[in-house]
Design a protein around this ligand. Structure first.
Ligand SMILES: Cc1cc2nc3c(=O)[nH]c(=O)nc-3n(C[C@H](O)[C@H](O)[C@H](O)COP(=O)(O)OP(=O)(O)OC[C@H]3O[C@@H](n4cnc5c(N)ncnc54)[C@H](O)[C@@H]3O)c2cc1C
Length: 488
């Protein structure tokens, strides 16, 4: 059953994550009426389960802490990290506007920035943490959107098709997931903010044939299945840099997931030692991020590794998943159960027995651990094999011992729908498709590929929110409301 023109607004926003809510807030600020469509029952997407950290440069908080930073320095480091394929125009647009139009804007809405961390690839600390992580940040935005008066919230409702009339997007076909009812929504502008495709392994492999033989864990929100990509591409929108994706190496399958497709990111183990299936170390474990650790694991045969910890280290384990960590609260008893029950985590009272449990060659594995421990005994500053800094590192010595099986986990889409600086979706000829805007991870965080092949930490959520603001303001303008985005 199709119910015609049941809802008519100025701007329809598809997706209730950070980009969608930012778009809603800016569109309403410009005077537009708004409907938000969300496929899942729970709103918030990847944003609500994220760490919430945002990359900002030259903020008042940095200044307060005596951190000197400039746009040019931040941009140079961003572009270097992106390995030659970052979109410089979008990166500059973001960095020049971050302090005022995102850091301060969110603070004015009620976000309390409580810390700045120094992350790999930056010469100064830039990763700004909001109190309560992504969950609280999203909640602040949601409360503001409710207060500002979103006209329609449609949850449990999947967007299925963009409606195009006379070469202009004029609405959206959606399907209620509980009743299967189909509705047509009408608007002058549609903002697509459906997130990434990192929970769709088949789609990932279609853009990355090199990953065909790897066991790949799904690591984003359940809604990150690429619906928006297909809908936009289906009406002539351009997808770009789709092989750029951010993967972590330190994920173990979620034993509670019957499909065993979903992965759990394991953090809080700075002293772990990684060995491959041959029982040998192969990498500087301190460099555990996506830029170097993931290629190192993918270069192993087979493409996985075991992270080895002893009992004292295991207690620090933190699982980046809402079941194990709810905002600031870590559920210790659930982590204990994971270590006890998961078939992907082996435990034994000696290193030799652990090798047997994990199916590792005993002699090779014992030697690898003994050699590593001896570097610490000798007081070496750096591990002579892989250059790992050893100051403050602990030996693997306290039984019982644990081996956690790590597979690559797909987390963030770095390519996506191509847009201009007004977030208008571009067609194959580089021309904007009238009525259609896109933002957030659907657009590789912003513009299509703002980061390039690799992203400094915090350069996903920040640009997703920022492009949401830009898209919302210009979508309202496209509906004859307001002047568009007012940034630099
Ligand atoms: C666990 C985790 C931790 C992270 N931590 C950080 C961090 O600390 N810093 C950082 O920079 N980045 C981080 N990221 C990445 C960052 O959070 C995301 O890139 C960002 O939140 C994406 O925002 P978005 O609004 O574009 O998408 P989302 O927040 O994913 O929202 C998209 C929404 O669209 C909905 N949707 C999808 N298809 C449809 C459809 N057909 N119809 C209707 N709705 C649909 C989805 O259900 C979802 O709710 C993290 C990601 C994860 C998974």
């Amino acid at each position: 059953m199709v119910q015609q023109d049941s809802i008519v607004v100025d701007v329809i926003i598809v997706g209730s994550g950070g980009a969608g809510l930012a778009a809603a807030l800016d569109a309403m600020e410009q005077g537009a009426t708004v409907a938000v469509v969300e496929r899942e029952t729970e709103m918030g997407g990847a944003t609500v389960i994220s760490g919430g950290g945002c990359f900002f440069s030259a903020t008042p908080l940095q200044a307060e802490k005596g951190i000197q930073d400039t746009t040019e320095l931040a941009l140079a480091e961003w572009l270097r990290w992106g390995q030659g394929s970052a979109d410089e125009e979008w990166a500059r647009f973001y960095i020049e506007n971050t302090s005022e139009h995102l850091f301060q804007w969110l603070a004015d809405l009620g976000v309390h920035w409580d810390a700045i961390n120094h992350q790999e690839g930056n010469s100064v600390p830039r990763w700004h943490h909001p109190e309560g992580g992504g969950k609280q940040l999203w909640q602040v935005m949601y409360d503001a959107a409710v207060a500002r008066g979103v006209d329609h919230w449609l949850t449990n409702t999947a967007a299925t098709e963009l409606i195009v009339e006379k070469d202009k997007v004029t609405g959206l076909r959606v399907q209620r997931r509980d009743t299967s009812e189909i509705l047509e929504l009408r608007a002058r502008s549609v903002v697509m903010a459906t997130g990434g495709f990192m929970s769709n392994v088949d789609m990932i492999r279609s853009y990355r044939p090199d990953l065909h033989s790897a066991r790949l864990m799904e690591g984003s929100h359940v809604g990150a299945t690429g619906d928006g990509h297909k809908m936009v591409e289906g009406i002539g929108g351009t997808l770009t840099h789709m092989d750029h994706m951010w993967m972590y190496a330190y994920a173990t399958p979620d034993y509670r997931d019957p499909s065993e497709k979903r992965g759990l990111v394991v953090r809080g183990l700075p002293d772990y030692v990684w060995v491959n299936a041959q029982g040998r170390r192969f990498h500087n474990e301190t460099l555990s991020g996506g830029a170097s650790a993931t290629p190192a694991v993918l270069a192993q045969e087979p493409q996985y590794c075991w992270a080895i910890v002893d009992d004292s280290m295991r207690k620090g384990a933190d699982i980046s998943d809402p079941y194990y960590r709810d905002g600031g609260t870590k559920h210790l008893e659930r982590i204990e159960t994971l270590f006890r029950e998961s078939p992907f985590i082996k435990t034994a009272s000696s290193i030799e027995a652990l090798a047997e449990e994990a199916g590792l060659p005993v002699a090779e594995f014992q030697q690898a651990i003994q050699r590593y421990n001896s570097y610490i005994d000798e007081g070496l500053e750096t591990d002579p094999e892989f250059g790992r800094p050893l100051a403050g590192r602990k030996k693997i010595e306290e039984a019982p011992f644990f081996a956690i099986q790590f597979f690559p986990l797909s987390r963030k889409s770095f390519g996506g729908v191509k847009t201009d600086l007004q977030c208008r979706v571009l067609d194959g000829g580089g021309k904007p498709i009238p009525g259609l805007y896109a933002a957030g991870e659907l657009t590789g965080m912003a513009g299509g590929h703002i980061n390039g092949r690799a992203g400094l930490e915090g350069t996903m959520l920040g640009p997703a929110l920022f492009s949401g603001r830009v898209a919302g303001a210009w979508a309202a303008h496209g509906a004859n409301k307001g002047r568009g985005f007012a940034g630099k």
